[in-house]
Design a protein around this ligand. Structure first.
Ligand SMILES: [Zn+2]
Ligand SMILES: [Zn+2]
Length: 216
């Protein structure tokens, strides 16, 4: 998928950053499509959690979405994955999964307590040519710092520098409405922002409905 096409698709109402019963969500693909139909959503970007060593069949997940999509003319699904950063700048995703997606989300989950390693690893990942043929999104930026209750403003400033490195490398920045991250979304040029609700349950859909920044 081309960057321009992706950007066009998020100019109209969209759902981005969603989980299903394949991992820790409580909704199925069809629930998202039904919601989309009722609420004028044109594009649904699925971003399921993945691992190098995946415990579910990613192909089955994709097939299910494509089957359901046929019943909803006018609503387009984009297949993405939320992959976690590995210490050193690698990514926890396998080739088979990577070949099936258009959107690759970079997340930090379960990382060692080492700020330096966190910043260096993300910077390395953002600059890595290996992932540059995908639409890439840095999701819930700063969750690592928030979880550790980092209060030092200098460390949060380094997150801003990291976000700048991401944008320089053509990476979209998620404005995560579930965690209200990053705190400094204002530094991100409009064309590099995407709004995500990190939806797992009905309540996430409700948050989207109440949200003002959903492409409407
Ligand atoms: Zn996440
Ligand atoms: Zn997520």
């Amino acid at each position: 998928m081309k960057q321009e096409d992706f950007r066009k698709s998020i100019k109209e109402p969209y759902l981005f950053h969603l989980h299903t019963r394949y991992t820790d969500g409580k909704l199925d693909a069809i629930d998202y499509f039904n919601f989309a139909k009722e609420n004028g959503v044109r594009t649904i970007v699925f971003t399921e959690h993945v691992r190098q060593d995946l415990k579910y069949d990613f192909s089955a997940f994709v097939s299910e979405i494509r089957e359901v999509e046929k019943q909803f003319p006018g609503i387009r699904a984009i297949i993405g994955a939320e992959a976690k950063l590995l210490p050193g700048g690698g990514l926890d995703i396998n080739q088979v999964t990577n070949d099936q997606i258009d959107v690759l989300c970079f997340a930090c989950h379960g990382f060692p307590d080492d700020h330096e390693l966190y910043f260096e690893s993300f910077a390395t990942l953002f600059r890595d040519d290996k992932w540059k043929d995908k639409i890439r999104v840095f999701v819930h930026p700063g969750r690592y710092l928030k979880k550790r209750h980092v209060a030092d403003i200098e460390i949060w400033k380094r997150l801003d520098d990291l976000i700048e490195i991401a944008v320089e490398n053509g990476i979209f920045i998620e404005e995560n409405k579930r965690e209200m991250l990053p705190p400094s979304i204002d530094i991100v040029p409009e064309e590099w922002r995407i709004t995500g609700y990190d939806i797992h349950h009905e309540s996430g859909l409700e948050n989207w409905r109440m949200g003002e920044n959903n492409g409407k």
